[in-house]
Design a protein around this ligand. Structure first.
Ligand SMILES: [Zn+2]
Length: 254
């Protein structure tokens, strides 16, 4: 069980509204239940996630959906204000990511897999990696340096369907048991009502919630539990290398 000293400030920095809920929502719920401060951020407001609304109308709907999903677990929602299909790894975007982290001071960061089915996800992953490494350097931002600023634990979420863009399965370092959080995760995802219709139209993916559950059950089978989320820990130079999720949750690790 987590102790008070384990109370991390957690940031999931993803590309689009619903990405965090889809990929690491169960883990975020567990961290919130353990007393962590949780933040969910997206690079875009999801301005292309529609077949019939204007970019402004759908963005308005989707940030409200994202805020509602975050609020349901006591988390805060942030948006970097980039555009769908246009997320890039450039100076202005790195600046936004650094400044966000400077204001949040995360000790634990989740983002997309470095290689994922859509480049927005890969760019958001790069932004999270770049910002996480430098945000605690005093000169990195004009925002004040908050106490507990550090190089955080960094975890990459499962790519869509657990495979890289070439279709090769990724090997998780960490499987978090979310059996008791699966229904709350589904409720978080269900906050994104606009996407249940849109994904049906664009991807032919008729089962927004069911596909999430199927994947969680598949990962659960690998961990010997009912449902799990898979993650890959970033263990490069300068980052904490011990598996904090394993320590907090007795997660299955490799
Ligand atoms: Zn996405």
């Amino acid at each position: 069980m987590a102790s008070l000293s384990d109370h991390h400030t957690v940031l999931a920095l993803m590309a689009h509204p619903d990405d965090a809920e889809m990929s690491c929502g169960g883990t975020l719920i567990r961290l919130a239940e353990a007393g962590c401060e949780v933040h969910i951020a997206t690079a875009t407001p999801g301005d292309w996630g529609t077949t019939r609304e204007t970019p402004w109308a759908i963005s308005h709907r989707r940030v409200l959906e994202a805020a509602q999903a975050a609020e349901s677990i006591g988390a805060a929602y942030h948006c970097l204000g980039e555009g769908d299909g246009m997320v890039v790894f450039d100076k202005p975007s790195i600046r936004k990511a650094i400044d966000l982290m400077r204001r949040v001071a995360p000790s634990l960061v989740f983002t997309h897999a470095p290689r994922d089915y859509m480049t927005d996800h890969e760019m958001a992953s790069q932004l999270a990696r770049a910002a996480s490494f430098v945000y605690s350097i005093p000169n990195a931002s004009d925002f004040p340096l908050l106490a507990k600023s550090c190089v955080p634990y960094l975890y990459y979420c499962d790519p869509m369907e657990g495979v890289d863009p070439l279709g090769n399965p990724i090997t998780p370092t960490t499987l978090v048991d979310i059996s008791s959080q699966l229904e709350r995760k589904a409720q978080m995802l269900a906050c994104h009502a606009s996407q249940r219709e849109w994904l049906r139209a664009h991807h032919g993916m008729d089962e927004y919630l069911e596909s999430m559950k199927r994947h969680a059950l598949m990962r659960g089978g690998q961990a010997g539990v009912a449902a799990a989320e898979a993650l890959v820990q970033h263990r490069g130079h300068g980052y904490p290398k011990d598996d904090v999720l394993a320590q907090l949750f007795s997660a299955h690790t490799t």
